[in-house]
Design a protein. Sequence first.
Length: 79
Amino acid sequence: MPLPQRRVDLESLGYRYEGEGHCRGCGVLLLWFSTPNQKRMPMTIIPGSEDAEHQLLECHFGKCPKADLFRRPKPKGKK
């Protein structure tokens, strides 16, 4: 199931807004959320939807051109 794109929808599923920051890899503005499992998740604003009332978000993990710098190696024995 894909993530909802609106902040209000994320929050209704138990995601909690934690604040803003910038990606250390590409510098884009990030909106940090905590997932219902207490993991941190960076979201970016989809271009063209900057109006706060209608803002659409997407997970930055799949979009960052420098994401490989931040990936943790998988534990041995797991695929």
